[in-house]
Ligand binder design. Structure first.
Ligand SMILES: *Cc1c(COP(=O)(O)O)cnc(C)c1O
Length: 367
Protein backbone atom coordinates (compact mmCIF):
# COMPACT_ATOMS: atom_id res chain seq x y z
CA UNK A 1 0.00 0.00 0.00
CA UNK A 2 1.25 3.52 -0.81
CA UNK A 3 0.34 6.15 1.77
CA UNK A 4 1.53 9.73 1.31
CA UNK A 5 2.10 11.98 4.32
CA UNK A 6 -0.49 14.33 2.84
CA UNK A 7 -2.52 14.41 -0.36
CA UNK A 8 -3.40 17.79 -1.83
CA UNK A 9 -5.27 16.41 -4.85
CA UNK A 10 -8.30 15.24 -2.88
CA UNK A 11 -9.45 18.72 -1.95
CA UNK A 12 -9.25 20.03 -5.49
CA UNK A 13 -11.24 17.08 -6.85
CA UNK A 14 -13.86 17.60 -4.13
CA UNK A 15 -14.36 21.28 -5.03
CA UNK A 16 -13.31 21.20 -8.68
CA UNK A 17 -16.37 22.86 -10.26
CA UNK A 18 -16.48 25.77 -7.80
CA UNK A 19 -12.75 26.36 -8.01
CA UNK A 20 -12.57 26.09 -11.81
CA UNK A 21 -15.45 28.53 -12.17
CA UNK A 22 -13.91 31.03 -9.75
CA UNK A 23 -10.58 30.98 -11.58
CA UNK A 24 -12.33 31.35 -14.94
CA UNK A 25 -14.35 34.34 -13.76
CA UNK A 26 -11.29 36.15 -12.47
CA UNK A 27 -9.38 35.43 -15.67
CA UNK A 28 -12.29 36.73 -17.75
CA UNK A 29 -12.65 39.89 -15.67
CA UNK A 30 -8.85 40.16 -15.50
CA UNK A 31 -8.79 41.71 -12.04
CA UNK A 32 -5.92 39.96 -10.39
CA UNK A 33 -4.61 41.82 -7.36
CA UNK A 34 -6.32 43.17 -4.21
CA UNK A 35 -9.84 43.14 -5.58
CA UNK A 36 -13.24 42.03 -4.35
CA UNK A 37 -12.20 38.39 -3.86
CA UNK A 38 -9.37 39.43 -1.56
CA UNK A 39 -11.57 41.81 0.43
CA UNK A 40 -14.27 39.14 0.80
CA UNK A 41 -11.76 36.56 1.97
CA UNK A 42 -10.26 39.03 4.46
CA UNK A 43 -13.72 39.71 5.87
CA UNK A 44 -14.52 35.98 6.10
CA UNK A 45 -11.22 35.23 7.81
CA UNK A 46 -11.63 38.07 10.31
CA UNK A 47 -15.04 36.59 11.20
CA UNK A 48 -13.71 33.06 11.33
CA UNK A 49 -10.82 33.96 13.65
CA UNK A 50 -12.77 36.44 15.76
CA UNK A 51 -10.58 39.47 15.04
CA UNK A 52 -11.41 42.93 13.72
CA UNK A 53 -8.87 43.05 10.91
CA UNK A 54 -7.36 40.54 8.50
CA UNK A 55 -4.77 41.65 5.96
CA UNK A 56 -3.88 39.34 3.08
CA UNK A 57 -0.21 39.16 2.12
CA UNK A 58 1.96 37.10 -0.21
CA UNK A 59 3.03 34.33 2.22
CA UNK A 60 3.23 33.26 5.83
CA UNK A 61 6.85 34.38 5.91
CA UNK A 62 5.83 37.84 4.71
CA UNK A 63 3.04 37.90 7.31
CA UNK A 64 5.77 37.57 9.96
CA UNK A 65 8.12 40.11 8.34
CA UNK A 66 5.36 42.69 7.83
CA UNK A 67 4.06 42.17 11.38
CA UNK A 68 7.49 42.70 12.90
CA UNK A 69 7.92 45.81 10.73
CA UNK A 70 4.49 47.20 11.61
CA UNK A 71 5.28 46.69 15.31
CA UNK A 72 8.47 48.71 14.91
CA UNK A 73 10.92 45.84 15.49
CA UNK A 74 14.26 46.77 13.93
CA UNK A 75 18.04 46.62 13.98
CA UNK A 76 19.46 45.90 17.40
CA UNK A 77 16.22 44.59 18.89
CA UNK A 78 15.82 41.07 20.21
CA UNK A 79 12.86 38.80 19.57
CA UNK A 80 12.29 35.71 21.71
CA UNK A 81 11.13 32.55 19.97
CA UNK A 82 11.43 28.77 19.82
CA UNK A 83 14.29 26.95 18.06
CA UNK A 84 11.92 24.08 17.22
CA UNK A 85 9.99 25.47 14.26
CA UNK A 86 10.24 26.01 10.52
CA UNK A 87 13.06 28.35 9.51
CA UNK A 88 10.69 31.14 8.43
CA UNK A 89 9.96 32.11 12.04
CA UNK A 90 13.55 33.06 12.83
CA UNK A 91 14.31 34.19 9.29
CA UNK A 92 11.66 36.90 9.60
CA UNK A 93 13.28 38.19 12.81
CA UNK A 94 16.68 38.32 11.12
CA UNK A 95 15.22 39.93 7.97
CA UNK A 96 14.07 42.99 9.93
CA UNK A 97 17.56 43.29 11.42
CA UNK A 98 16.66 41.94 14.86
CA UNK A 99 18.27 39.04 16.69
CA UNK A 100 16.39 35.82 17.41
CA UNK A 101 16.78 34.74 21.02
CA UNK A 102 15.95 31.05 21.23
CA UNK A 103 14.22 29.67 24.31
CA UNK A 104 13.90 25.92 24.85
CA UNK A 105 10.63 24.03 24.44
CA UNK A 106 8.31 22.13 26.74
CA UNK A 107 9.09 18.53 25.72
CA UNK A 108 5.44 17.52 26.13
CA UNK A 109 3.84 20.07 23.80
CA UNK A 110 6.93 20.93 21.67
CA UNK A 111 6.04 24.61 22.07
CA UNK A 112 8.14 27.33 23.72
CA UNK A 113 8.31 26.79 27.49
CA UNK A 114 6.87 29.93 29.11
CA UNK A 115 8.76 29.15 32.34
CA UNK A 116 12.04 29.67 30.47
CA UNK A 117 11.17 32.96 28.77
CA UNK A 118 11.87 35.32 31.70
CA UNK A 119 15.54 34.36 31.87
CA UNK A 120 15.96 35.28 28.19
CA UNK A 121 14.55 38.81 28.52
CA UNK A 122 17.16 41.56 28.19
CA UNK A 123 16.66 45.34 27.87
CA UNK A 124 16.82 44.84 24.08
CA UNK A 125 13.96 42.34 23.99
CA UNK A 126 10.96 43.78 22.14
CA UNK A 127 8.73 40.87 21.23
CA UNK A 128 7.92 37.18 21.53
CA UNK A 129 6.95 35.07 18.54
CA UNK A 130 4.86 32.17 19.85
CA UNK A 131 4.65 29.31 17.36
CA UNK A 132 1.68 26.96 17.69
CA UNK A 133 3.67 24.03 16.39
CA UNK A 134 1.93 21.20 14.52
CA UNK A 135 -1.43 22.88 15.30
CA UNK A 136 -1.09 22.63 19.10
CA UNK A 137 -1.80 25.98 20.80
CA UNK A 138 0.84 27.60 23.00
CA UNK A 139 0.05 28.43 26.63
CA UNK A 140 -1.26 31.90 25.76
CA UNK A 141 -2.17 32.81 29.37
CA UNK A 142 1.42 32.46 30.55
CA UNK A 143 2.91 34.02 27.43
CA UNK A 144 0.56 37.03 27.57
CA UNK A 145 1.33 37.51 31.28
CA UNK A 146 5.10 37.56 30.71
CA UNK A 147 4.71 39.85 27.69
CA UNK A 148 2.70 42.30 29.75
CA UNK A 149 5.17 42.23 32.62
CA UNK A 150 8.15 42.99 30.37
CA UNK A 151 6.27 45.16 27.85
CA UNK A 152 6.91 42.80 24.96
CA UNK A 153 4.79 42.61 21.83
CA UNK A 154 3.34 39.22 20.98
CA UNK A 155 3.24 37.81 17.47
CA UNK A 156 1.61 34.45 16.97
CA UNK A 157 3.01 32.23 14.25
CA UNK A 158 -0.21 30.36 13.53
CA UNK A 159 0.95 29.02 10.16
CA UNK A 160 0.21 25.44 11.30
CA UNK A 161 -2.72 26.18 13.58
CA UNK A 162 -5.61 27.76 11.68
CA UNK A 163 -8.84 26.91 13.52
CA UNK A 164 -7.11 25.86 16.75
CA UNK A 165 -8.41 27.42 19.96
CA UNK A 166 -7.11 28.24 23.42
CA UNK A 167 -9.74 28.49 26.17
CA UNK A 168 -12.40 28.70 23.49
CA UNK A 169 -10.82 31.56 21.58
CA UNK A 170 -9.27 31.19 18.12
CA UNK A 171 -5.52 31.08 17.84
CA UNK A 172 -4.19 34.14 16.03
CA UNK A 173 -6.47 36.46 18.01
CA UNK A 174 -4.33 36.69 21.18
CA UNK A 175 -1.25 38.58 20.06
CA UNK A 176 -0.68 42.06 18.65
CA UNK A 177 -0.56 40.20 15.35
CA UNK A 178 -1.40 36.63 14.30
CA UNK A 179 0.28 35.24 11.20
CA UNK A 180 -1.24 32.62 8.92
CA UNK A 181 0.20 30.74 5.97
CA UNK A 182 -1.87 29.32 3.15
CA UNK A 183 1.04 27.41 1.62
CA UNK A 184 -0.51 24.47 -0.27
CA UNK A 185 0.34 21.88 2.40
CA UNK A 186 -1.12 23.86 5.32
CA UNK A 187 -4.57 23.00 6.76
CA UNK A 188 -6.10 25.71 4.55
CA UNK A 189 -3.95 25.64 1.44
CA UNK A 190 -3.88 27.90 -1.61
CA UNK A 191 -2.69 26.97 -5.12
CA UNK A 192 0.62 28.71 -4.50
CA UNK A 193 1.96 31.07 -1.86
CA UNK A 194 -0.37 33.17 0.28
CA UNK A 195 -0.54 34.46 3.85
CA UNK A 196 -2.41 36.75 6.21
CA UNK A 197 -2.01 38.88 9.32
CA UNK A 198 -4.80 39.04 11.90
CA UNK A 199 -5.01 41.89 14.39
CA UNK A 200 -7.45 43.68 16.64
CA UNK A 201 -5.52 46.93 16.39
CA UNK A 202 -6.69 49.41 13.75
CA UNK A 203 -3.37 51.24 13.64
CA UNK A 204 -1.43 48.01 13.01
CA UNK A 205 -3.94 46.94 10.33
CA UNK A 206 -3.54 50.29 8.55
CA UNK A 207 0.24 50.03 8.72
CA UNK A 208 0.12 46.50 7.26
CA UNK A 209 -2.11 47.67 4.40
CA UNK A 210 0.44 50.36 3.62
CA UNK A 211 3.46 48.08 3.91
CA UNK A 212 2.10 45.46 1.50
CA UNK A 213 1.76 48.02 -1.33
CA UNK A 214 5.14 49.77 -1.27
CA UNK A 215 4.12 52.07 1.58
CA UNK A 216 1.83 53.89 -0.79
CA UNK A 217 -1.15 55.90 0.54
CA UNK A 218 -2.34 56.75 -2.95
CA UNK A 219 -0.87 56.19 -6.37
CA UNK A 220 2.81 57.26 -6.41
CA UNK A 221 2.65 58.77 -2.90
CA UNK A 222 4.77 56.74 -0.46
CA UNK A 223 4.81 57.52 3.26
CA UNK A 224 6.91 54.57 4.43
CA UNK A 225 9.30 52.11 2.77
CA UNK A 226 7.23 49.06 2.13
CA UNK A 227 7.17 45.76 0.32
CA UNK A 228 5.42 44.14 -2.59
CA UNK A 229 3.45 41.54 -0.69
CA UNK A 230 -0.14 41.06 -1.74
CA UNK A 231 -2.65 38.26 -1.68
CA UNK A 232 -3.93 37.85 -5.22
CA UNK A 233 -7.57 37.38 -6.17
CA UNK A 234 -7.24 33.89 -7.60
CA UNK A 235 -5.73 32.59 -4.36
CA UNK A 236 -8.30 34.50 -2.30
CA UNK A 237 -11.20 33.06 -4.31
CA UNK A 238 -9.87 29.51 -3.97
CA UNK A 239 -9.28 29.99 -0.24
CA UNK A 240 -12.81 31.35 0.28
CA UNK A 241 -14.25 28.22 -1.29
CA UNK A 242 -12.02 25.95 0.80
CA UNK A 243 -12.67 27.91 4.02
CA UNK A 244 -16.28 26.65 4.02
CA UNK A 245 -14.92 23.10 4.39
CA UNK A 246 -12.17 23.86 6.88
CA UNK A 247 -14.05 22.97 10.08
CA UNK A 248 -15.26 19.66 8.65
CA UNK A 249 -11.70 18.86 7.52
CA UNK A 250 -10.34 19.78 10.94
CA UNK A 251 -12.83 17.48 12.67
CA UNK A 252 -11.66 14.63 10.43
CA UNK A 253 -8.05 15.36 11.39
CA UNK A 254 -9.01 15.26 15.08
CA UNK A 255 -10.85 11.94 14.67
CA UNK A 256 -7.89 10.35 12.88
CA UNK A 257 -5.51 11.70 15.54
CA UNK A 258 -7.73 10.11 18.19
CA UNK A 259 -7.43 6.73 16.44
CA UNK A 260 -3.63 7.02 16.39
CA UNK A 261 -3.69 8.10 20.06
CA UNK A 262 -5.70 5.13 21.25
CA UNK A 263 -3.87 2.50 19.20
CA UNK A 264 -0.31 3.75 19.81
CA UNK A 265 -0.62 4.76 23.46
CA UNK A 266 1.91 2.93 25.60
CA UNK A 267 4.22 2.01 22.73
CA UNK A 268 5.13 5.55 21.56
CA UNK A 269 4.65 9.00 23.07
CA UNK A 270 1.56 10.45 21.40
CA UNK A 271 0.83 14.21 21.18
CA UNK A 272 0.06 16.02 24.40
CA UNK A 273 -2.54 18.71 23.77
CA UNK A 274 -1.95 22.03 25.56
CA UNK A 275 -4.24 22.38 28.61
CA UNK A 276 -7.22 24.48 27.54
CA UNK A 277 -6.29 24.05 23.90
CA UNK A 278 -7.85 22.50 20.81
CA UNK A 279 -5.18 20.92 18.59
CA UNK A 280 -5.86 20.90 14.81
CA UNK A 281 -3.20 18.30 13.91
CA UNK A 282 -1.50 19.95 10.98
CA UNK A 283 1.00 17.19 11.71
CA UNK A 284 0.66 14.08 13.86
CA UNK A 285 3.90 13.56 15.74
CA UNK A 286 4.98 10.55 17.74
CA UNK A 287 8.09 10.19 19.85
CA UNK A 288 10.23 7.08 20.25
CA UNK A 289 13.73 6.29 21.54
CA UNK A 290 16.48 7.95 19.56
CA UNK A 291 17.96 4.56 18.58
CA UNK A 292 14.62 3.50 17.11
CA UNK A 293 13.55 6.68 15.31
CA UNK A 294 15.54 6.36 12.09
CA UNK A 295 14.92 2.61 11.89
CA UNK A 296 11.18 3.20 12.20
CA UNK A 297 11.35 5.92 9.53
CA UNK A 298 13.19 3.50 7.23
CA UNK A 299 10.74 0.68 7.85
CA UNK A 300 7.71 2.86 7.20
CA UNK A 301 9.17 4.25 4.01
CA UNK A 302 10.11 0.74 2.82
CA UNK A 303 6.47 -0.23 3.31
CA UNK A 304 5.21 2.65 1.20
CA UNK A 305 4.28 4.83 4.16
CA UNK A 306 5.64 8.32 3.87
CA UNK A 307 6.97 9.54 7.21
CA UNK A 308 9.16 12.57 7.87
CA UNK A 309 10.92 14.49 10.60
CA UNK A 310 9.74 18.03 11.45
CA UNK A 311 12.35 19.35 12.15
CA UNK A 312 15.68 17.48 12.15
CA UNK A 313 17.95 20.43 13.04
CA UNK A 314 16.83 23.01 15.63
CA UNK A 315 17.34 26.54 14.42
CA UNK A 316 19.99 27.52 16.98
CA UNK A 317 22.26 24.86 15.46
CA UNK A 318 21.67 25.82 11.80
CA UNK A 319 24.72 26.90 9.87
CA UNK A 320 23.18 30.28 9.08
CA UNK A 321 23.00 31.00 12.84
CA UNK A 322 26.62 30.06 13.57
CA UNK A 323 27.12 33.70 14.43
CA UNK A 324 24.88 33.38 17.49
CA UNK A 325 27.52 31.12 19.02
CA UNK A 326 25.28 28.25 20.12
CA UNK A 327 26.63 24.79 20.81
CA UNK A 328 25.20 21.28 21.11
CA UNK A 329 23.46 20.99 24.43
CA UNK A 330 22.43 24.65 24.75
CA UNK A 331 18.72 23.89 24.25
CA UNK A 332 18.52 20.21 25.15
CA UNK A 333 14.76 19.70 24.91
CA UNK A 334 14.62 20.96 21.33
CA UNK A 335 17.71 18.98 20.40
CA UNK A 336 16.33 15.73 21.84
CA UNK A 337 12.93 16.27 20.24
CA UNK A 338 14.65 16.65 16.86
CA UNK A 339 16.18 13.18 17.33
CA UNK A 340 13.17 11.34 18.73
CA UNK A 341 10.11 12.55 16.81
CA UNK A 342 8.53 11.68 13.48
CA UNK A 343 5.29 12.53 11.66
CA UNK A 344 2.81 9.88 10.58
CA UNK A 345 0.51 10.38 7.57
CA UNK A 346 -2.51 12.47 8.52
CA UNK A 347 -4.84 14.41 6.25
CA UNK A 348 -8.63 14.70 6.32
CA UNK A 349 -9.14 12.25 3.46
CA UNK A 350 -6.91 9.50 4.89
CA UNK A 351 -8.99 6.30 4.87
CA UNK A 352 -9.46 4.03 7.87
CA UNK A 353 -7.97 1.07 5.98
CA UNK A 354 -4.90 3.10 5.13
CA UNK A 355 -4.56 4.39 8.69
CA UNK A 356 -4.90 0.87 10.10
CA UNK A 357 -2.05 -0.24 7.86
CA UNK A 358 0.16 2.58 9.25
CA UNK A 359 -0.82 1.64 12.82
CA UNK A 360 -0.10 -2.02 12.16
CA UNK A 361 3.39 -1.27 10.82
CA UNK A 362 4.26 1.09 13.69
CA UNK A 363 3.03 -1.42 16.29
CA UNK A 364 4.84 -4.30 14.60
CA UNK A 365 8.11 -2.43 14.92
CA UNK A 366 7.76 -0.97 18.38
CA UNK A 367 6.17 -3.86 20.25
C1 LIG B 1 4.79 27.33 6.75
C2 LIG B 1 5.30 28.06 7.92
C3 LIG B 1 5.73 29.40 7.84
C4 LIG B 1 5.89 30.13 6.54
O1 LIG B 1 4.81 30.18 5.73
P1 LIG B 1 5.00 30.37 4.13
O2 LIG B 1 3.62 30.66 3.66
O3 LIG B 1 5.54 29.08 3.61
O4 LIG B 1 5.92 31.50 3.91
C5 LIG B 1 6.10 30.04 8.99
N1 LIG B 1 6.08 29.41 10.17
C6 LIG B 1 5.70 28.12 10.30
C7 LIG B 1 5.68 27.50 11.66
C8 LIG B 1 5.31 27.41 9.17
O5 LIG B 1 4.95 26.12 9.31
Amino acid sequence: MKIPIMDLGFQYRQLKDDIDNAIKEIAQASRFVLGKETRDFERDMANYCGVKYAVGVASGTDALILSLTALGIKDGDEVITTPFTFMATAEAISRVGAKPVFVDIDPRTYNIDPAKIKKAVTPRAKAIIAVHLYGNPCDMDDISKIAKQYKLKVIEDAAQAIGATYKGRKIGSFGDAGCLSFFPSKNLGAFGDAGMVLTGNKHIAEELRLLRVHGSVSKYRHTVIGFNSRLDNIQAAILSIKLRKLDAWTEKRIKLAGRYDSTLKGIAATPRVQDGGKHVYHLYIIRVKQAERDKLLGLLNENGIESRVYYPVPLHLQECYKGLGHRDGDLPEAETAALETLALPLFPELGIKEQNYVIEKVREFLK
